[in-house]
Design a protein around this ligand. Structure first.
Ligand SMILES: Cc1ncc(COP(=O)(O)O)c(C=O)c1O
Length: 399
């Protein structure tokens, strides 16, 4: 069985992290090294996660309580939770299924006189052209926060000038993961200074808690070997444990609904050291290979199954979500053929504010049809082709 995901980190990086737990103690130097490796056009702060960065920024903005923040409707639940925590109202913005990005019409539809901000997420490995969005935001006096958690492509692209902030994640299942951490670039000096002052008051993440994440990541890497994955699945089914549930919990950064106390931490020194290593040794060839494989799979699954965001700009295929006519049958068939596809459990469609008409009907309707196909550079061409054929055949049959 080809597992659903392989962590984008090598054993050498893992070994360097193990050494960092012993030898790296100078936080100031580790922070400076990260900043040297990230040539952004504003003030950058390495944080423990994108969620920490968003929490810091929203805490320093002087918007009145009840201000509305437009958000790309599909995101992880914590992003909307953090917005609500600050007394703001998250308003979902519909996505175009072809590009996986909000359209100008959907932005217009969701905007009201209370709108102050927009959190625009580049989803699934796409990176949208922000010019029309920034023009729209300027017309309506809206600040744009750019969520690049799923769109990291190395230090050559550090975000869109014109956005108030750009946030990149090094979380466990992300491109070039550091098993956590994020880079948050802020392009307003006053806001950046306030955010940095507040961040300095937070305690440093405990090494022990980062070490436990390291241990979980080692396990996830081992499970990416097919015989291990097979044995793991068999064991769970014999113990009558839900396999999806167990795997999703492995990758979860901050469990439970009470996220805020968990994210108010500064990154520990070993995490900073690993982020720096991932930036300095960023492997653009591997990313190019992933993009080529994604293109091949996109062609092989067309036209029977549409990739959500198949016309997305600058696609690097961080994940490969297709819209299925019968998701459960597709998943069963793929598992039977040796591919671990899944519906995923980490993202949601933001609910509209009470009493307001839904402003994200297209993506809400499509959401339950999404199936994530396994895709990574170690998947051989022959298997990519076979995966495409199975999906096409199954989808053609279930129309
Ligand atoms: C769209 C999106 N936004 C934000 C985040 C949060 O990133 P982090 O784990 O660094 O807090 C994620 C994480 O998966 C994400 O997918």
């Amino acid at each position: 069985m080809w597992p659903r995901k392989r962590l984008d980190i090598g054993w050498l990086d893992m070994a360097s992290l193990r050494a960092a737990f012993v030898f790296r103690w100078n936080r100031r130097r580790a922070t400076a090294n990260v900043l040297d490796a990230w040539p952004a056009d504003g003030q950058t702060l390495p944080t423990m996660s994108v969620r920490s960065g968003l929490h810091l920024i929203l805490g320093q903005l002087d918007w009145p309580r009840g201000s509305e923040i437009l958000m790309s409707a599909m995101t992880i639940p914590d992003m909307a939770r953090i917005v609500r925590h600050h007394g703001f109202v998250p308003v979902p913005v519909d996505l175009d299924l072809n590009t996986a990005a909000p359209t100008l019409e959907s932005l217009e539809q969701a905007t009201t006189p209370l709108t102050r901000g927009l959190i625009f997420a580049h989803l699934f490995g796409t990176r949208s052209n922000m010019t029309p969005v920034l023009d729209f935001a300027k017309r309506h006096d809206i600040e744009v926060l750019e969520d690049c958690a799923q769109a990291f492509t190395g230090p050559d692209w550090t975000g869109t000038p014109g956005c108030l902030a750009s946030m990149f994640s090094f979380g466990t299942i992300k491109t070039s993961t550091a098993l956590g951490g994020a880079l948050v670039t802020i392009r307003d000096a006053e806001l950046a200074n306030a955010v940095i002052r507040e961040h300095d008051n937070w305690p440093v993440q405990r090494r022990l808690s980062f070490a436990s994440r390291f241990a979980r990541a080692c396990l996830m890497k081992l499970l990416a070997y097919r015989p291990m994955f097979f044995a793991f699945r068999l064991t769970l089914s014999l113990c009558r444990r839900n396999f999806d549930h167990v795997l999703n919990n492995f990758a979860r950064g901050f469990p439970g609904a009470d996220v805020v106390p968990q994210i108010e931490r500064r990154p520990c020194t070993p995490l900073l050291a690993l982020m720096c290593r991932r930036l300095l040794r960023f492997d653009s060839e591997t990313l190019a290979r992933r993009t080529a494989i994604g293109e091949r799979l996109r062609c092989a699954t067309r036209p029977a199954a549409a990739l959500l965001g198949h016309q997305g700009d600058n696609h690097t295929f961080w994940v490969f979500p297709v819209l299925s006519h019968d998701p459960q049958s597709l998943i069963s068939r793929l598992r039977h053929e040796g591919f671990d596809a899944t519906q995923g459990a980490s993202m949601e469609i933001i609910v509209p504010p009470d009493g307001r008409a839904d402003t994200a009907t297209t993506i809400r309707t499509a959401f339950d049809r999404i199936v994530y196909l396994p895709l990574y550079v170690s998947l051989p061409d022959k298997e990519v082709q076979r995966l495409g054929c199975v999906v096409s055949e199954q989808e053609a049959g279930s129309r």
